[in-house]
Ligand binder design. Structure first.
Ligand code: SAH
Length: 227
């Protein structure tokens, strides 16, 4: 991909992106570090060409395999929450785990804002697509794993923050155990049609839960990985 394709034209241009940023501001996103990264990240490269003209609408869109790229507002909200609550090392949350890489859009927003990003996806072609997208954007602090993310990434734990982009019926115990002391887990929880976005903070052996919003994510599938 050349610089012109990355910059975008027409419906993927800078002006169109700016309208998305205004909308995020109107809907209550306040953290300018998040807004700046979202402004400079070309969401259109994460989509198939037939959908790229809709890349800067504030909606979830299909990415194949029955999955979706998350809605920009939700990406912004989750990222803002993570930055507000995760412990920092040298100014940034140090080690962050993401479950549900999808096409890598949320990973691209997180990558510049954290020390190291670890991301887990269970569908191989999506993981490969995400790897290509992030490499095009020259984001190099990301490690990828093809696996069932319900189990977290035990070899790399503990994490200052864990962000989950697919909804389990209840919070996986493994993820709680892989949080560093003071760390936070941001996760949609519930049945397919009604989920709540939870912020769970670890304080020693206790966990404090706060409900942030009603949301709708694809389900977190446990078990077999799709190769
Ligand atoms: N954050 C992504 C959106 C992902 S949609 C983006 O910005 O594009 C949710 C993703 O979670 C899907 O790609 C789905 O395959 C993945 N997923 C579902 N269950 C999973 C599991 N148990 N482990 C890892 N990934 C899972």
């Amino acid at each position: 991909m050349n610089d012109r394709e990355l910059a975008g034209i027409g419906m993927t241009s800078k002006r169109t992106r700016e309208r998305l940023i205004s909308r995020l501001l109107e809907h209550g996103i306040k953290d300018w570090t998040v807004l700046d990264v979202m402004r400079s990240t070309p969401r259109h490269i994460f989509l198939d060409e037939a959908l790229s003209h809709r890349a800067y609408e504030d909606v979830a869109l299909p990415i194949g395999y029955g999955q979706t790229i998350s809605q920009p507002f939700i990406v912004a909200r989750m990222t803002e929450t993570l930055l507000a609550h995760a412990p920092r090392r040298e100014g940034k949350p140090g080690r962050v785990l993401e479950i549900g890489t999808g096409c890598g859009y949320q990973s691209a927003i997180l990558s510049p804002l954290v020390g190291e990003l670890f991301t887990v996806e269970r569908i191989r072609p999506l993981l490969e697509k995400a790897r290509r997208n992030l490499s095009r954007l020259r984001l190099r602090n990301v490690r990828f794993r093809l696996d069932d993310g319900t189990m977290g990434w035990p070899e790399e734990a503990p994490f200052d923050a864990i962000l989950v982009a697919a909804a389990p019926a209840r919070v996986p115990e493994e993820l709680l155990q892989q949080l560093a002391d003071g760390g936070c887990l941001i996760i949609p929880v519930g049945a397919e049609l009604h989920q709540e976005l939870q912020l769970i903070r670890r304080d020693g052996d206790s966990f404090h839960t706060e409900v942030l919003a009603d949301v709708r994510f694809v389900p977190l599938q446990s078990g077999k990985v799709q190769h």
